[in-house]
Design a protein around this ligand. Sequence first.
Ligand code: ITT
Length: 195
Amino acid sequence: MTFSDQILCFATRNQGKIKEIGALLPPHLVLKSLDEIGCFEELEETTDTLEGNSLQKAAYVWEKYQCNCFADDSGLFIDALAGRPGVHSAYYAGEPRSYERNVALVLEEMKNETHRNAHFKTVITCIIAGNVHQFTGILEGKIIHTPQGSNGFGYDPIFLPKGYTQTLAEISPAEKNKISHRSLAFSQMKNFLHS
Ligand code: ITT
């Protein structure tokens, strides 16, 4: 393996994600951010699926920079809302993006619903030497009526994971990491990279 074969770019500008994932990857891989490979442009996410968006971001980096890379996309899918907010989770209540307004809109749309099942989903697309691999993580649960807890981000205060009595915003970050959609998808990619 040459040095450049060992470089893996995480197609994100979220430093928190880069730090978290860097700690999980095999030591022979050198994790680089977009800036570190000289990519300063905004990556588009214009498809209508998580699979499509993560592929769109990873394929851009592979095609323009010929760098092994991976990209992720996540969302909350609520059964009673036909899968919304889904791929639009980050800006469900419009721009500027606000976790509070997104949560308020979901609760308003769900106020008369008794069927409250939902799931979080993460899809990672990893491109190694031009070959595309996708990994999916799902966390099942329910939408509660009133936000609870202040840990985490996004829809965590209204999401009760299956088998739990506390929301994702009430359990510790370490506990969330053990069960989250994102961790499940990343651990699949990690196993693949180790093999
Ligand atoms: P980057 O694209 O900068 O990485 P993002 O906010 O778009 O950040 P994601 O694609 O991972 O992050 O997730 C999209 C949205 O889905 C996110 O803004 C949240 O509203 C929601 N979401 C994803 N994972 C979540 C989680 O673990 N807990 C709560 N909400 C989550």
